[in-house]
Design a protein around this ligand. Structure first.
Ligand SMILES: Nc1ncnc2c1ncn2[C@@H]1O[C@H](COP(=O)(O)OP(=O)(O)OP(=O)(O)O)[C@@H](O)[C@H]1O
Ligand SMILES: [Mg+2]
Length: 240
């Protein structure tokens, strides 16, 4: 199986804080992999390094065989990153924001149109796209940003807490979109601290705590291994 992502012995220190300690995991093509752990576990740090925003202290990361340090520009062509706390340009309408982002992804007018049409479909905001982004609810903004992130059909989408702060319906819709993208061959790395939600979204998960990966597997494998009814129970059993 072709590897979308290979993370080997990744560590990151912020001065005295050791945010990641020897983290290793892999993602297959078309797989949805979630890093799950409590606040401060190191999820966003790992995602930022993989998205080439932050340098690792040590370790190796390859995306479709391309090294994130030596081939950062090549990597940036095939990934897309949704930060934890991203906003859209508030005075642009939703549709103009997506047009603007398409023009950043490519100079090719036909491609821009293709990306825009795809983003409009993914966002699912209908006529509201004509309104300014500052009038959008949190869930609408997150959908707009998710559409922006995947419009170029990246080979690996890196999504930091894609459903954070969303109500049940909006979170459900975003999960459905992410699943659909993976079915079309996009690989997805996401983070969440919602263990129950992630069980239904991810093919495999890595449980991360204080910068260390404590367990990796499918939700079913982990529940069986720790004789737990759900991932929350798995987590509690692992750390206690
Ligand atoms: N820029 C920074 N400077 C210093 N320490 C940092 C910085 N960014 C993160 N940290 C620390 O690194 C650790 C991991 O933080 P990180 O943001 O990766 O966690 P997280 O798992 O994403 O948490 P959350 O669920 O709250 O988003 C924390 O102890 C945090 O305080
Ligand atoms: Mg975070």
């Amino acid at each position: 199986m072709e590897k979308a992502l290979e993370v080997k012995n990744l560590s990151k220190n912020y001065k005295q804080v050791q945010a990641l300690k020897d983290v290793s995991f892999e993602i297959d093509k078309g797989e949805i992999f979630a890093l799950v752990g409590p606040n401060g576990a190191g999820k966003s740090t790992a995602l930022k390094i993989i998205a080439t925003i932050l340098s690792p202290s040590s370790g190796e990361v390859k995306i479709y065989e391309h090294d994130i340090k030596k081939e950062a520009n090549k990597v940036r062509e095939i990934i897309s990153y949704l930060p934890e706390e991203a906003g859209a340009y508030k005075n642009l309408s939703g549709i103009n924001y997506l047009k603007f982002m398409a023009s950043i992804f490519t100079n090719d007018k036909a491609k821009q149109k293709e990306f825009l049409n795809y983003a409009v479909e993914i966002a699912g905001l209908g006529n509201r796209l004509k309104d300014k982004a500052k009038t959008f609810s949190k869930g609408m903004t997150r959908k707009l940003l998710l559409a922006r992130t995947v419009m170029s059909k990246p080979k690996l989408a890196i999504l930091d807490e894609p459903t954070s702060g969303l109500d049940v319906i909006n979170a459900f819709e975003i999960r459905k979109i992410i699943k659909g993208l993976a079915e079309q061959g996009m690989s997805v790395l996401l983070s969440s601290h919602n263990m129950l939600e992630i069980e239904f979204l991810s093919h495999r998960i890595g449980i991360i705590h204080k910068g260390k990966i404590l367990a990796i597997g499918t939700p079913a494998e982990l529940k069986e291994k720790y004789s737990a009814n759900n991932l929350e129970e798995v987590f509690i059993k692992i750390i206690s």
